[in-house]
Write a protein of this length. Sequence first.
Length: 86
Amino acid sequence: MNIFRGHWRELAACRSEDPELFFPLGEVGLSRTQIERARAVCHRCPVMTACGSWALRNGESHGVWGGMTAAERRALRLPRFTGGQR
């Protein structure tokens, strides 16, 4: 049995791209341009939401997934505090 049969990855727009595009070294300068190129692929992808959700659920700490950088995913995973809590 193939566990990936019918999996969202089969429909991902990034399947035909160089995987290195989605793993920039840093988030400034030329890496920023690379991130924007990766996001452009993500934004035309029919499974962008599923991809981003998978990366968040599985704690993916590198690369662009679902149009989000590792730093953006970390920020979403941080606990939220209100003004009344310490």
